[in-house]
Ligand binder design. Structure first.
Ligand code: CTP
Ligand code: CA
Length: 225
């Protein structure tokens, strides 16, 4: 009885959360990556667990520790395509998705099976092709009882771009942040975010630690969805 209680979260609902950056191989020793540390995604996973959700965490490249909990499933992926496959599978039994991962927009059109060698003094051109959009895919395929949340990290025109992403990706919520602001964005321990919902005035959260911001986002989700 005691053990059952301990292992049963308050809610039976699962949230799928992606964190960190995806990597796209160029050849066996090289890849295209980004500066994501996974801090915001990990903070959201911790906040969701604290709020009593089960969490299915799908992680790319991260520089922070992954939480441990009996209510947490952790899956590691490398590429954007791997992440899409993992998200599609996990989402079927989940109520929500939070795409906190920094997804590579492009991948090399072909991955060399052997290490690329220099060709004299000539430069190198790598042909890139656009990756699938995980959030938009899930937004288009979600059931009526499911919700999807994305981020919009912008350097300019945050309101315009965040609102546009809300529409084009059929997201229920976009968490926007202006990465040029001090105390926001990649690698920082704090964040300054604005919450965008269809037909609602943007909700600007006060600057706070990523842990505090994550707790407020989870609370917002709990209240609205
Ligand atoms: N995203 C995704 N799949 C992609 C690209 C982005 O799921 N291939 C998600 C991100 O995880 C984030 C949201 O979409 O939650 C917005 O990502 P962002 O990079 O800001 O948007 P893009 O659509 O890639 O547009 P751009 O980079 O041109 O601003
Ligand atoms: Ca992008």
């Amino acid at each position: 009885e005691a053990i059952t209680t301990m292992l049963t979260p308050a809610k039976q609902e699962t949230i799928v959360i992606t964190a960190g950056g995806t990597r796209e191989a160029i050849d066996p020793v090289r890849f295209i990556g980004n500066r994501s540390t996974g801090k915001m995604g990990m903070a959201l996973a911790n906040a969701a667990l604290k709020a009593g959700y089960r969490v299915h965490l799908i992680v790319g490249q991260v520089e922070v520790a992954v939480p441990k909990s009996p209510h947490l499933i952790v899956e590691r992926v490398e590429t954007t395509r791997d992440m899409l496959t993992a998200v599609e599978r996990a989402f079927t039994t989940a109520t929500g998705l939070i795409m906190a991962a920094a997804v590579a927009d492009y991948a090399p059109a072909e991955v060399a099976t052997q290490k690329l060698k220099k060709q004299g003094d000539a430069g190198l051109t790598i042909q890139l092709q656009q990756n699938p959009d995980i959030l938009a895919t899930m937004g288009a395929n979600k059931r009526a009882d499911q919700w999807v949340v994305g981020f919009a990290a912008e350097t300019n025109d945050l309101d315009t771009y965040a609102t546009r992403k809300l529409m084009t990706k059929q997201a229920d919520l976009i968490i926007g942040n202006d990465v040029t602001q001090v105390g926001a964005g990649f690698g920082t321990d704090t964040n300054i975010v604005t919450l965008y919902q269809n037909g609602q005035a943007p909700v600007r959260l006060a600057p706070a630690t990523k842990a505090e911001v994550a707790a407020q986002i989870i609370q917002f989700i709990q209240q609205r969805f």
